[in-house]
Ligand binder design. Sequence first.
Ligand SMILES: Cc1ncc(COP(=O)(O)O)c(C=O)c1O
Length: 414
Amino acid sequence: MNESMTLESACGASDGESPRGKSVVTAKVGEEVSPKVTARLAERISRLAASPIRDILKVANRADVVSFAGGLPDGESFPDLSLETISQQALQYGPTEGEEQLRDWIAEDLTKRGLSVAADCVLILSGSQQGIDLVAKMFVSDKTKVAVESPTYLAALQVFNLFGADYTSFCPQSSDKLVDGSPALTYCIPTFQNPTSYCYTKAERQRLASACDASGSVLLEDDPYRDLVYDQCDRQPVCSYLKRSEWIYQSSFSKTLAPGLRLGYLVCSPSLYPTLSWLKQAADLHSNRLSQQLVLSLLQGTDYEARLGKLIVRYRKKRDHFEALLQEHFSDIASWTVPAGGLFFWLKLHSARAIDTRELLQEAIARGVAFMPGEPFFSVPRDAASHIRLNFSNASAQQSSTGVKILADLFRSH
Ligand SMILES: Cc1ncc(COP(=O)(O)O)c(C=O)c1O
């Protein structure tokens, strides 16, 4: 597929009213879909759009482009792979719920983090993205109210859009209207949020839990960044503060071990578990057993904690280097908060008029740098302009130095 066409479809002018992309029929530029097939598509397909990030990544992965676009871990931090610990039984079909010892490890770990769960409430996922899909299938149909932070993780919006969500947004800092009305589902990323990297305070965690309890909204807490912590902050799961509401908590091995393993997990209130595991069964029977056994052997290895410690040191250093570069090149044209964890800087560009940052992406790539425009992260488009997200974990120090300067020159000239 022609890359520039793909990018245009992902980042070109939207309808201006909604973060929902155009229908799949028009979003796939250059592909002819016969009217006969269009007439047979399921109604929900009209709400499906390509993920902007995955389309940008296709371009950004070129060797001549410095990419700050994706949430990619540093490839040099990936664990050495050894298949010696994997039993041949891993090649056989396995249980939908996941490998028993891995579920035990996760339940024990979450209990230490303040979320007391039994192993039989753990469902292993093929990446935590699958958890969003399963939960959306369970709770979201046309016009279902879903409360989200605005901005929020764009691939969660992609899933909720597909099922027909009607958004209401909340902000952890403005306490009284945390969850507006009675949304069926509340989706939050309280620890090192994507894209803002914000980390809720303890009071904000408790307030969100009380708001869900009061409204009866089911809470989906998405927590893939919690272990990438550079400065101290409260990280106890919001779900642990709930008294009445049903909940799902999920996390991932993508950011701390390797995303190519495609392994994550969810835990949930016991009453939700059977439906979620049947949905998982219907989707893919079970997650890859080789990945599960590999992850288990890494988690049980004597050096797991030391490995995580080293990763944190590596990323803290990268964050500090990136912060110094931003201070040098962006301080007169943007503002931001130094992230206490996670993988992103979220910049608000200073400008008399709102900037649609998608319009600058083509030119940035032509100059050899990719960034993530802020617009697709917003469920409320009117708040969207003039933000960009920059990932600091993947590029080398040298690439970051070059790329940040190029980007600052580009934004300054506009
Ligand atoms: C907030 C959030 N949730 C879920 C995911 C999906 O992660 P994975 O499917 O690799 O576990 C990501 C990936 O970047 C993310 O940022």
